[in-house]
Design a binder for this molecule. Structure first.
Ligand code: RUQ
Ligand code: CUA
Length: 630
């Protein structure tokens, strides 16, 4: 490939990483030459500073970006195109600022004995008719095999569920049409079934599943047992199919075993057929889980598998992305193959309906795009943009031209390439997973930042870059350092979200706490009261800037104390916090919110509590004492 345009420094950085990454997979023959698809050389990123993309102080952004926080366990909201971080939503982590993981309200969502860490990858905002409806954001936890739902009015998770029978939920995607009723989540690792310590030494009996979750109840509807493993996934635009990539078709336990086959596959599920199987009772259950498990492995079926189509796909495929706005094609990115595989959804339907025999007949193009293709996104002009991990590039290619080339026509489908810094994973264009795709901006989530920012020790920032894709050529417009480690992002128009400005007093998020107060005969909005119930003490207090409704309360050493604070301020942004010194307690109380935390008063003496959210000129004075009698 021609890297002529790059300066020497840039060249050496880039090649260092590419070579080391290639060495790691040398056995796979990846170091070989690449032809037609990579004709157009790379070019250095042209930075457009001080352009029309700037968002001046006081101006609002055009888009909301939902960013995964990776192994920070959170989800973040950014404003686009400024890339300003607007909010962190704690989900699978514990958060000192908001008290997520400390408050009773968040613990009810997290469930008993919830792990303290998480690994979020793929935030997905709910749809109505393949358009963002701003209700929920769903997110996976790869580290602890969970799925969470975040309410987008208050930006807090309201349901977190454990997924049985699988390990490491990675890909997560939503039904688009007619609306998001099903959430699909795939388990990446294969494990014994059941995984109870009885059958660990026979990896040929390790399997994984795709899980279907009811978006409204967050209950698991069913699981589908598959061959191979499962990685990323996406749905079509009819509500019928889900496709998932498999990079371990060999079901290997080690890297060489996993990388053995030249082709792995994309598995495509017929969701109504599996729904029907469950309705007919055609399923089993595994171990002590009562989730219906439908067998979608090839060995379970003579003739055509009614539940799953396995489309051979080169090699260790990764990203699975349906092309908007009609959802005609699905692009699977090859990772260890320099290709993307384009599957036509209508042909998938034909295969399931008996019209096609060879699963590969659903493939309509396989363009060569560059080294290490991971994910693909789209504009509204028929172009796809694929992230190239090894080349540290985004490549723009035309889908219809790639189909023509696959049919034997002499056509160059590559439109442009741009360097990103460095080693990009995910990428996403504005509204690219919906009918409203607009082809304006693309975010490139680069895994390495090295020399792009001031050094801050051995742990480097990630570099989420913003690229203007509205013209013929891509233009880099922003470097955005971020904390470990965004995997995926999506951007929706600002008008597609309508968040609450203050809490509603009947918000279900704290309804159980309100019910507890009612059972104690306490009116949270008017009363400040201490209720003793054996060695359990419930302290109800209000907050109005700059006062807590109670400046002291008295308990006995060893009491289990629950402090419930209700913020009576109803002015936007007048948030209070409640921190109990030396007791590991701090939590948020936003306008009209009720929050609570429970702790043991195990230390006799005077313990101050204070407001932790700067709320008033007399914020420092907003405090009180807990007196603990020995
Ligand atoms: S998957 S780039 Cu979850 Cu690619 Cu991280
Ligand atoms: Cu209330 Cu600071």
């Amino acid at each position: 490939m021609s890297d002529k345009n790059e300066n020497i420094k840039d060249l050496s950085r880039r090649h260092f990483l590419r070579n080391s990454a290639v060495t790691g997979v040398a056995g796979a023959g990846l170091a070989g030459g690449f032809g037609a698809g990579t004709l157009m050389g790379s070019r250095p990123a042209e930075a457009a500073a001080g352009s029309e993309h700037d968002v001046a102080p006081g101006e609002l952004d055009e888009y909301y970006g939902f960013w995964s926080g990776g192994h920070s366990g959170e989800v973040r909201i950014l404003g686009i195109p400024s890339m300003r971080e607007l909010l962190r939503i704690p989900v699978f982590n514990v958060d000192s600022a908001t008290g997520w993981g400390i408050t009773n309200e968040s613990k009810r969502v997290l469930g008993p004995n919830a792990p303290l860490n998480g690994d979020t990858h793929h935030p997905k905002v709910s749809y109505t008719d393949a358009r963002y409806d701003g209700r929920y954001c769903f997110i996976n936890d790869k580290a602890n095999t969970r799925v969470a739902r975040i309410r987008l009015d208050i930006m807090r998770a309201d349901k977190i569920i454990d997924i049985p029978n699988v390990q490491a939920i990675h890909g997560l995607t939503l039904q688009r049409v007619p609306k998001t009723e099903d959430v699909f989540a795939v388990g990446e690792m294969i494990i014994p079934q059941p995984n109870n310590g009885q059958n660990m030494d026979n990896p040929s009996e390790y399997w994984t599943m795709m899980t279907c979750i009811d978006a409204d109840t967050m209950e698991i509807k069913w699981q589908a047992l598959v061959d191979g493993n499962l990685d990323n996934c996406d749905t079509d635009y009819t509500g019928r199919f889900v496709a998932a990539s498999c990079y371990n078709s060999a079901r290997g336990m080690t890297l060489p075993e996993m990388m053995g086959p030249e082709r792995d596959w994309t598995v495509i599920f017929d969701v109504p057929a599996i729904d029907q199987a469950v309705a007919n009772g055609d399923y089993t259950t595994i171990g002590d889980s009562n989730v219906p498990v439908v067998d979608a492995r090839e060995q379970a079926h003579q003739g055509r598998n009614p539940y799953a189509l396995y489309v051979p796909t080169p090699r260790s495929p990764h990203g699975v992305n349906t092309m908007p706005p009609e959802g005609k094609y699905c692009v699977v990115s090859g990772k260890l193959s320099p290709t993307c595989t384009v599957i036509e959804w209508s042909r998938v339907g034909e295969w399931f309906d008996g019209g096609l025999d060879d699963p590969r007949d659903t493939v309509v193009a396989e363009p060569e795009v560059g080294l290490g293709p991971l994910h693909t996104t789209f504009d509204n002009r028929g172009n796809a943009y694929t992230s190239l991990f090894l080349d540290s590039q985004v490549v723009k290619w035309n889908v219809e031209d790639a189909i023509r080339a696959y049919d034997g026509e002499e056509v160059n489908y590559i439109r442009d390439r741009i360097d990103v810094h460095y080693n990009i994973g995910h990428l996403k264009a504005t509204l690219a997973c919906s009918r409203d795709v607009d082809g304006k901006y693309l975010t490139a989530l680069s895994k390495f930042s090295k020399d792009r920012f001031l050094p801050v020790g051995p742990m480097h920032a990630e570099n989420d870059q913003l690229i203007d894709i509205s013209g013929e050529r891509m233009q880099l417009i922003h470097d955005g350092p971020t904390y470990a480690e965004p995997h995926d992002a999506l951007m929706i128009r600002a008008d597609q979200l309508n968040p609450a400005r203050i809490y509603s007093r009947d918000d279900p998020y704290f309804a159980e706490t309100v019910a507890m107060a009612q059972a104690d005969g306490v009116n949270l909005e008017t009363e400040n009261k201490v209720i003793r119930d054996g060695n359990k003490v419930r302290v109800y207090m209000t907050s109005v800037a700059p006062n807590f409704g109670m400046t002291e309360f008295r308990v006995k050493q060893g009491d289990e104390v629950t402090v419930v604070v209700t913020n009576l301020d109803n002015i936007e942004d007048v948030s209070h916090g409640f921190a109990m010194v030396n007791h590991g307690v701090n939590f948020e109380v936003h306008p009209q919110q009720t929050s609570s935390a429970t702790f043991i008063a195990d230390k006799p003496g005077v313990h101050w509590y204070y407001c932790s959210w700067f709320c008033h000129a007399l914020h420092m004075e907003m405090s009180g004492r807990m007196l603990v009698e020995a």
